[in-house]
Design a protein around this ligand. Sequence first.
Ligand code: EPZ
Length: 448
Amino acid sequence: MADARPFFWEYIPTPVAREVFQIEGGRPLAGSIRVSGAKNAALKLLAAAVLTGERCRLENVPEIEDVRVMAETLADLGVVVDHPAPGRYEVASGDVDWLFVPLEAAARMRASFILFGPLLSRFGRVIISNPGGDRIGRRPVNLHVDAMRALGAEIDYRNGYYFAKAPGRLRGGEVTFPFVTVMGTENAMLAATLAEGRTIIRPAAQEPEVDDLITFLVKMGAVVERTAPDTIVVEGRRRLRGADHRVIPDRIEAGTFALAAAMAGGRVTLEGAPCELLGALLEILGRVGVEVSCAGDTIVVEGTPPAAGAYRPCDIETAPYPGLATDLQPPTTVLLTRADGLSHVHESIFEDRLEWLAELRRMGARVEILDSRHATIAGPTPLSGAEVAIPDLRAGASLILAALAAEGSSLIHGAHHVHRGYENIDAKFQHLGARIQRLPETASTPHA
Ligand code: EPZ
């Protein structure tokens, strides 16, 4: 039978089940939830497993769409991917025979580009689609490509694809970025583990998910060390071995639920929440006047319901870790609608991560988008339920938070975006007492 894989000039979009969230707002939250494994660690750990032909076992992997896309992308390469139980994945890359990451994968998930480094370093060649931009900015990958070239790769770019090869073997070298890039750091590090000689990466991203990846690589026999906060040094090895690993908790999910409790009011306990990884957000919650207690891996948030009063205004600015995570900027901005006064938001990482505020305005928020990186929020503004549409993952979760606190009911189109990165978000909110339903988008469902 002819190879069923589409040639790379055929792009067959995967139909995505369109869904809506229906939410009855105005009720405080109460109870406790367990934080899932980190999406932005799990995707890279799955990619790292192709550095060895031996079996790797991962647990605490979040059951989210992006992980399923990564697993399918790996399987299309000939990687054996087993999913023996919820949260557990086993990967064996002994028989990889197709070093091609298609537009289909890149279009569904930008993080598929993290396969560039490991595939090139293990097999000496790869054809991989340029993932392009998405709703929060152009999202170029030039720094990844520069890093691969710094390690000796020969790369051509044609028809939206990078054709890369490493004659003989990649060789270690200096990878110097003009500014911090998380996946750029990770791609360079993954490629360097099998390169000949030493690689020095700086400024290396300091996100905790990068350190989780380092921990896994060292278990695989790689020689990788963070020699300074912004420097990672890798001594290349000829081969790596299989390893087992438990994915760290998702600090962005934990922060999103902490902000939900602050926004809707009520007492919520987050179990398995990495307090030490949420310093910047916890400091902001303290500044605005939300009661938070943090002990080990448990966070308790005591929010006041909207009717009970306002919080204090606060200016926020995103930054690479340990600064405020850009992925927590949208839900934090929602909370600022409850502050008594004017708050300023500076999104320093992505140039288009404020566009979604137009949807928040439909719920009554008084937001002013000053430019692609700055906005102001005036409060306190009681929100009312509305029909809105989700543009991207983190804005989607933020619209859920707004709808939970709003008076009346909301219909949120584009729920599938949220399931890319939050495990069972509707079930978790239902467990906390929220009235949220996940429904198929039907022709009769009114649309924004
Ligand atoms: C990672 O994206 C995360 N994704 C993002 O989370 C997160 O927001 C981001 O890091 C910042 O923390 C994953 O880990 C899968 P960057 P990444 O390279 O690595 C520019 C989510 O919702 N840049 O650190 O792609 C880029 O445009 C997602 O979970 C270049 O110019 O982000 C941005 O302005 C959203 N050229 C800045 O660098 C490049 O080659 C930082 O981006 C690469 C990046």
